[in-house]
Design a protein around this ligand. Structure first.
Ligand code: AMP
Ligand code: MG
Length: 431
């Protein structure tokens, strides 16, 4: 499946141009098409800041990290054993060498190793410069200050060379890379304490709906708790965004317009939920077309049919549907990758998917891509399979809470019989 990656933004092209293509149908927009269209308008931010490595986790490198040292810094031993001169060993019999000292990690051998001599050496310890090979201790008999070594050894064996992992001046990590614990460790291993990262992407969001109350209030007749703002807050926090929670905005054109204007001046990205479905979309549509350029799509997907995307001032806008599951599915299928691109990550690889047998029979009508919620588990014999989390209604947030993967059923797919292979996308680590 194609995902938005780091396609260059086409400055001369506008959203309206994009919507003039022959095959452009806002009422049945394929998932891939919508992703590709959005990707055309994503210009990564350029502002940077310096952070200590300890605060760098999850941030995106804004410059290459160049190694100021060789790693390892010295030739050193890959084994516990004896440092020797290969020329002292015999191809056809044993040789006994005098052990003249030892080299420990952090405490190198201080003397000179002459012909006929060996140095006891531990893993990671500096190789005496006169030696060229390490004989592992299991292949040597040490006794009374001497060591006896047999045949079958190779020049330079068990030796790690200075600069073998990274040479001075080599790019250790590339600009655009998100920092995980491994990268944080690597940066520290070359003695660097601060790195330049892109500033966090600022994302403003609000919920729309007269029926919504925030937690802490008591819902009146016909009112429901706003949950979307909290899932959106969580999803953005996971992506290391700076979040601007603007609360619930009533379905009142003046209030919504004011909220859009404030959001677009304060943030790089504006995300809303609700108000983009047929019936509600009309006044939002008119208003947004006044403030910027926004396209309203009915995506050929389930759940998550209505989606709006565009620019309001300099900010990107994602108008997500109101239903709580649709919010999450559209966020992960469209917004997540876009936010990563905008935040400077490059490349943004697609989330991996793979096929496993599905133990549930699935109902599916051809014509749109479905993202059913699944539970991937390992059977007694060790093989993985997936089953669907009960009811799949787009308002049933429990189906997301119980799931650990999406089951992705492609557009043309019909019903799935139990036991058939289906494509899954694991949520662990990505949500
Ligand atoms: P809408 O797209 O505004 O018509 O909303 C579709 C459905 O999602 C309706 O049942 C709404 O009550 C519900 N909904 C909209 N916004 C939220 C929200 N923030 N939290 C929970 N449910 C919502
Ligand atoms: Mg609504």
């Amino acid at each position: 499946m194609t995902q938005p990656t780091s396609l260059p933004a086409t400055s001369h092209s506008t959203l309206r141009d994009a919507s003039c293509a022959d095959d452009y149908d806002p009422n049945s927009m394929p998932v891939d098409r919508a992703r590709a269209l959005i990707a055309r308008f994503l210009t990564p931010l350029t502002a940077t800041e310096r952070v200590h490595v300890r605060s760098a986790l999850g941030r995106v490198l804004a410059e290459d990290v160049i190694s100021p040292i060789n790693v390892p810094a010295h030739d050193n031993s890959a084994m516990d054993g004896f440092a020797v001169r290969f020329a002292d060993l015999k191809g056809d019999g044993e040789v006994t060498l005098k052990v003249v000292g030892s080299s420990f990690a952090g405490k190198p051998f201080a003397g000179k190793m002459q012909t006929g001599e060996a140095v006891r050496i531990m893993t990671g310890a500096v190789m005496p410069p006169e030696g060229d090979s390490i004989v592992m201790q299991e292949h040597a008999q040490a006794k009374d200050g001497k060591v006896t070594i047999g045949t079958g050894h190779l020049l330079n064996q068990n030796l790690r060379r200075a600069g073998e992992d990274l040479a001075i001046g080599q790019v250790a990590l590339k600009r655009g890379l998100p920092l995980r614990p491994a990268e944080v460790g690597l940066i520290s291993s070359i003695g660097i304490g601060e790195v330049t990262v892109f500033r966090k992407l600022r994302v403003a969001f609000f919920s729309t709906g007269d029926e919504l109350v925030s937690i802490g209030s008591v819902p009146g007749a016909g009112q429901i708790f706003d949950s979307n703002r909290y899932t959106i807050h969580g999803m953005l926090t996971r992506l290391n965004c700076e979040v601007i929670d603007m609360g619930v905005v009533r379905d009142d054109p003046a209030l919504i317009e004011a909220a859009f204007a404030t959001a677009a001046t304060n943030a790089d990205v504006v995300i809303t939920s609700g108000g983009v479905s047929v019936g509600e979309a009309d006044f939002v549509k008119d208003m947004l077309n006044k403030l910027g350029e926004v396209l309203f799509w009915k995506i050929a997907m389930k759940p998550g049919r209505p989606l709006a995307y565009g620019k309001i001032g300099g900010a990107h806008f994602f108008g997500l549907p109101g239903n709580p599951v649709s919010v999450m599915v559209t966020f992960y299928q469209f917004v997540r990758d876009a936010l990563l691109v905008l935040g400077g990550q490059n490349p943004v690889p697609p989330l991996p998917t793979f096929k496993v047998p599905c133990t549930s029979a699935l109902k599916k009508a051809p014509g749109r891509t479905e993202f059913q919620r699944g539970i991937l588990s390992q059977g007694a014999a060790g093989a993985w399979s997936v089953r669907v989390t009960g009811e799949q209604g787009s308002g049933i947030l429990r189906s997301m809470a119980e799931a650990n993967c999406f089951i992705i059923l492609p557009t043309d797919q019909g019903n799935v019989v139990a036991g058939a292979l289906v494509e899954v996308q694991v949520m662990e680590g990505s949500v």
